[in-house]
Design a protein around this ligand. Structure first.
Ligand code: BG6
Length: 516
């Protein structure tokens, strides 16, 4: 239709006519990020490269500042070299000298320890100077990339030094990395310490799985389409299997991992978040509060299936072969005690007691040194109630499946039966694939890019709130307690798919794990 001026009426498509086109990237306002634990692995491999990638994509403000806080006796330039090294090795996007030079102008380093008031006074002076020199205007994000037992002390110091207060018109946010406690009780304690300094709206808990494109796509798949949602319920779905398998071992990570184990490390957070997004009802809108309300609702309805000796399994990797190389077992890894009972594999069965999901088991499993690196959510459908074929014609027909391939080879697979070409009727499984790599020209940003930018924008949708974290512990705690009082984990050979007990767990109900 042409309006009176004769020009085609395409104005409705014009993004400038909208208040704000949600597809346009938002750029963070002036601010400074302080990283505690700047010498750690996470800072080097993920945080500093992500900050550079954001700068490279033009998503950081011109006056952006990055402040490193650590015990080392470094000058600003030494810190700059450390960041440069990290960026050269781990950044996703190409290196551009001019981007780097501009970013590096905002680097500062504060030498200090968490127990020393004077260190935090120096940090405060540095930030105030930056506020004036680079226009960061009192907007500060404090990234605690440090062991959780140091959270209370750092929060207290931030409060004492006045850094947690936000002067009129500015913001102060704290970013915390998991583990958020080691059970429900410790999580409650930790949350109350953090919340005594920072209101919940200023706390950003990182669960980097929520920053992954494929995980956000779950919401698009479910709620932007009509054809999947009607069958995602107990009438059609037989079981849901969520797998996060890694091929790497734990050499060198003993300090963090020994005594923590696979269930606390990833089931409590990443996998239960995947379950929540898979099982929750449609939120009224994608506003953070509505989205969190639905996640909280479904997590409140989720509990471990019993008896736990039949519905859970845990294992520890023994020596074996991985990628053509002989690898040692956990007890021979550097940093682990020879008597460690830490599990490197965990599998649990969950019931989601809602009208939609009652009776559909949700199986979650994760492990190190498994067959290969793969994370996927597989919805396995019931078999057709009647097959009008001779039995032998459908011998090779499996269950229909909708599989969200979180990583690698990001995409979605639909598996169903199809006739094998030929004179006879024979039905066999085939797959229909959507792959990010071939469907889109754009490369997916790293999870940390998305999440750090969201912190700077004050956009909380992808960060689990206090209540979610506590509910996830509440779900998992009975398994942790059960395992703690029932001897050692089973052993499994490196390079396999985990202990026999995990296969047995499904076999009891006539099911089996999908081979990713
Ligand atoms: C972390 C866990 O949260 O996620 C690690 O602590 C694990 O043990 C890592 O290796 C896996 O992340 P990704 O993004 O590589 O799947």
């Amino acid at each position: 239709m042409s309006p009176a001026n004769g020009r085609p009426d395409t104005a409705w498509r014009n993004p400038l006519r909208d208040k704000r086109d949600k597809r346009m990237p938002r750029i963070a306002g002036p601010c400074a990020v302080v990283i505690f634990g700047v010498t750690g692995d996470l800072a080097r491999k993920k945080l500093m490269p992500a900050i550079y990638d954001l700068a490279n994509r033009g998503l950081l403000p011109p006056g952006f500042a990055l402040v490193g806080f650590a015990r080392r006796d470094w000058a600003d330039e030494d810190f700059g070299k450390i960041v440069l090294d990290a960026v050269r090795q781990h950044a996703r996007t190409p290196f551009h000298q001019e981007v780097w030079d501009r970013l590096a102008e905002g680097f500062r380093f504060v030498q200090g320890t968490f127990d020393d008031d004077a260190s935090f006074e120096r940090l405060s002076e540095t930030l105030h100077k930056l506020d004036v020199e680079r226009g960061t205007s009192g907007n500060h994000a404090f990234y605690l990339s440090i062991p959780p037992n140091a959270f209370p002390q750092v929060c207290e110091q931030l409060s004492k030094s006045g850094l947690a207060d936000k002067p009129e018109g500015s913001w102060s946010r704290v970013v915390i990395e998991k583990p958020f406690g080691h059970d429900l009780k410790s999580a409650e304690e930790l949350n109350s310490v953090v919340n005594s300094v920072f209101p919940e709206s200023s706390v950003f808990r990182i669960d980097h799985y929520l920053g992954k494109e494929t995980v956000q796509n779950l919401l698009a798949l479910r709620f932007a389409n009509e054809m999947f949602e009607p069958v995602l319920n107990s009438h059609y779905v037989d079981s849901v299997q969520i797998t996060m398998a890694e091929d790497i071992g734990l050499g060198g990570r003993g300090g963090y991992y020994d005594g923590v184990g696979a269930a606390r490390d990833v089931i409590q957070n990443h996998l239960l978040q995947l379950l929540a997004l898979t099982a929750m009802e449609e939120p009224v809108s994608f506003s953070p509060a509505e989205l969190q309300a639905e996640k909280i609702k479904v997590l409140s309805a989720t509990r471990l299936a019993e008896p736990l000796n039949e519905t859970t399994s845990r294992g520890q990797y023994a020596a074996g072969w991985q990628g053509g190389e002989k690898v040692v077992g956990l007890l021979d890894e550097e940093g682990f005690s020879k008597t460690s009972t830490t599990e490197t594999f965990a599998a649990i069965t969950l019931d989601v007691d809602t009208r939609r999901w009652a009776g559909v088991p949700f199986y979650l499993r994760t492990g190190k040194r498994l067959g290969r690196r793969v994370t996927e959510i597989a919805l396995l459908f019931k078999r057709a109630p009647h097959l009008p074929f001779d039995a032998t014609m459908t011998d090779e027909l499996g269950q229909n499946a909708l599989v969200i391939r979180v990583q690698p080879d990001e995409g979605i697979t639909l598996r169903f039966g199809s006739k094998v070409p030929g004179h006879i009727m024979e039905v066999r499984d085939v797959s229909m694939d959507f792959s990010y790599g071939s469907a889109f020209a754009e490369e997916s940003p790293e999870a940390y890019e998305r999440l750090i930018l969201d912190v700077l924008l004050g956009e909380p949708s992808l960060f689990p709130v206090n209540a979610e974290v506590e509910l996830c512990w509440k779900i998992l705690d009975p398994a942790l307690e059960y395992w703690a009082s029932h001897g050692k984990p089973d052993s499994y050979e490196s390079g396999t798919w985990g202990p026999e007990s995990s296969f047995e767990m499904l076999r009891r109900s006539g099911r089996e794990w999908r081979r990713p």
